[in-house]
Design a protein around this ligand. Structure first.
Ligand code: BGC
Length: 290
């Protein structure tokens, strides 16, 4: 048995996961990121503690998917835009000491990409990119069946790709990042309500909500076209909370994507929704332990 923790800017999801990727028990708690590092670490510890106490079988290790950038080898989180006050946190060390178990830490989107590769939409695919659209935007790159982590573990920060250098300011301090234009946070800023409410309003024909979705789809498509031109993947898998809009978002994304991607890489790629939904993060975090 393993514990997988998906630390998001809005919620923390944690679960007991079996070796075959089955979720046995899970918990969902608001992150309340604005309350700072100590509070969030406390919430994570409580969730792990609860799962350890409820597990019928011994837990062998803890895996965590966290917003990056992170130093993968050391398990150190370095100033994620959506976790204020997290300048440099050695999660591997802090939680390893506390729970006396091996702890593995990777970027949340890398974890989700691993989970989709192992248990979801990416099964049997050698080249794909995973993009999570949630509070922030993150990415995972699978090349030749392996996750590509880059020189120090921070590869795949798709959300901080500059799409419009005259655009909105991003949580990372830069201007015009994809995350500042098309994340759940960006939707909230533009529409004055969260993604779920925008979806509901759009389904009832609300013009403003539909316009916000179209704009989000446009920017996502521009980002995806850049990525497809660079990586020539077979598949682009879209996950994260915002992807719960399903075809309401994906259909305009595909239409916009065609306008911007090069003919050859666009010809061979499919844009699909993540199969594991919002469980991808937890499953991927647990898969880090395997
Ligand atoms: C972070 C990424 C993360 C994404 C989703 C972004 O702000 O830079 O590392 O994957 O949010 O949580």
């Amino acid at each position: 048995m393993f514990i997988g923790v998906d630390l998001g800017g809005t919620k923390i999801a944690a679960a007991l996961v079996s070796e075959t990727g089955k979720i046995i028990t899970d918990v969902n708690i608001p992150t309340e990121a604005s309350k700072g590092k100590k509070h969030v670490l406390g919430v994570i510890s409580k969730a792990i503690d609860h799962l350890l106490r409820t597990s019928a079988k011994p837990v062998k290790a803890i895996g965590l998917g966290v917003p990056g950038p992170i130093l993968y080898e050391k398990g150190v989180v370095i100033g994620p835009p959506n976790l204020p006050g997290w300048k440099q946190v050695n999660l591997k060390q802090v939680l390893g000491k506390k729970f006396k178990l091996p702890v593995y830490v990777d970027n949340d989107a890398n974890c989700a990409a691993l989970a989709e590769a192992r248990f979801g939409a990416g099964i049997g695919r050698k080249h794909f990119i995973y993009i999570t659209v949630s509070t922030g935007i993150g990415g995972g790159i699978i090349i030749n069946g392996e996750l590509y982590r880059g020189a120090n573990g921070s590869a795949g920060e798709f959300g901080h790709m500059i799409i419009d250098s005259h655009g909105f300011t991003c949580g990372c301090g830069n201007v015009g990042c994809l995350e500042a234009l098309a994340s759940g946070t960006a939707i909230k800023k533009r529409a004055g309500m969260d993604g779920a409410s925008v979806e509901l309003a759009a389904r009832q024909g609300d013009k403003k909500a539909l316009a916000v979705i179209d704009e989000t789809a446009h920017y996502l498509a521009v980002g995806i076209a850049n990525l497809v031109n660079i990586f020539n993947p077979e598949l682009v898998i879209i996950g994260g909370g915002v992807s719960k809009m399903r075809e309401l978002l994906l259909t305009p994304v595909r239409a916009e994507f065609k306008k911007y991607a090069l003919y050859l890489p666009a010809k061979s790629v499919k844009i699909v929704r993540a199969k594991l939904g919002t469980n991808a993060g937890i499953l991927g975090a647990a898969a880090l332990c395997l």
